[in-house]
Design a protein around this ligand. Structure first.
Ligand code: FAD
Length: 290
């Protein structure tokens, strides 16, 4: 199934993101994770892509293929373009096609100062247009409720996002955020700009202080008072922080669903326990339009 069809059938969609295991971990660890995530019946699972990084180039395709062929769940393979030329992207697309993976999250990728960018694709919209011109794939894109860190301002960021959608992105997944008000004003800007595709809200349950510091330095998400108080209060009590982090994420999700969000994309951090706890809390909220 192509991703755009899914959103016609389901509301809200619930999806998970996983990443390939680090090079030093056995690849089987991801299959133990998937064994557990499968029981939670996500509508799709996306697999991150690391161009020359932790997981290696083939890991994403292999795992996405297993999600489809072994677990019977719709996969989305992430694909970055900033360090690739057209031939390399075509080789990745060939491999995905061979494995029956037809949904791609087309990304530019972060610019790594140690890896000189190649020049075939400057932006995710270039990759999106390239994949759509080749045909056979459904393409999704990333979006940033608080603006991408390189953007001059929120208006410019939305205009670039509109280009990505005009290039063929059929669905968007948001960067994580902890303040739903940020997401709602982003949605309003996006809809005013004429972006009508389904937009999933990216939710990352916080389970330890280090994780949150790392994420915030990477993506610059703003932290509401309520959230900061929670972290400060429980930072030295891992179990309490984990439970509070799960409750916070559930609270965000309930509010988003009540406000008619198209979908929730859970950044699982390959942690099925946390995903399970969240799913247990929102079971009856996952109604279908079918
Ligand atoms: P783009 O859409 O190209 O945007 C990048 C910047 O360029 C933005 O500031 C945008 O406003 C600007 N821009 C866009 N188009 C134009 C234009 N035409 N002219 C001028 N400026 C323009 N990274 C990975 O390495 N692997 C992953 O698997 C991965 N998965 C992700 C999943 C999600 C849901 C999200 C939100 C991010 C993910 N990332 C991943 C991180 C992502 O690669 C970085 O945020 C990267 O810096 C931007 O990628 P993009 O696809 O959003 O880029």
């Amino acid at each position: 199934m192509h991703i755009s069809e899914l959103f016609q059938k389901k509301s809200p969609v619930l999806s998970f993101e996983i990443f390939p295991p680090k090079k030093e971990s056995p690849v089987e660890t991801i299959y133990q994770t998937l064994d557990e995530l499968q029981d939670l019946t996500p509508d799709f699972i996306s697999v991150t892509y690391s161009a020359g990084g932790t997981g290696g180039n083939h890991a994403t395709c292999d795992i996405a293929s297993a999600i489809k062929n072994k677990y019977g769940i719709l996969p989305i393979a992430h694909l970055t373009c900033v360090s690739s030329n057209q031939a390399e992207i075509n080789a990745q697309l060939d491999e995905l096609e061979k494995n029956g993976v037809y949904n791609i999250l087309a990304l530019r990728g972060d610019i790594n100062p140690n890896v000189p960018p190649k020049h075939d694709f400057a932006h995710a919209s270039d990759l999106t247009a390239f994949i759509k011109a080749r045909g056979g794939f459904s393409v999704s894109g990333a979006c940033y409720p608080e603006g991408h860190c390189e953007s001059e301002n929120l208006i410019e960021d939305i205009l670039h996002l509109k280009r990505k959608v005009d290039a063929g992105a059929e669905h968007l997944i948001s960067q994580l955020f902890f303040d739903n008000a940020m997401f709602y004003s982003f949605l309003e800007r996006a809809r005013i700009a004429g972006i009508t595709v389904p937009i999933e809200a990216g939710i990352m349950p916080v389970v330890n202080k280090k994780q949150i510091e790392r994420m915030v330095s990477l993506c610059g998400a703003s932290l509401p008072q309520k959230f900061v108080k929670m972290i400060n209060r429980y930072e030295h009590n891992p179990e309490a922080l984990r439970d509070a982090g799960i409750a916070y994420a559930v609270d965000q999700i309930v509010d988003l669903i009540a406000n008619g969000v198209d979908g929730i994309h859970l950044y699982t951090m390959n942690n099925p326990y946390i995903a399970r706890r969240i799913c247990e809390n929102i079971g009856a909220l996952r109604q279908t339009n079918e």
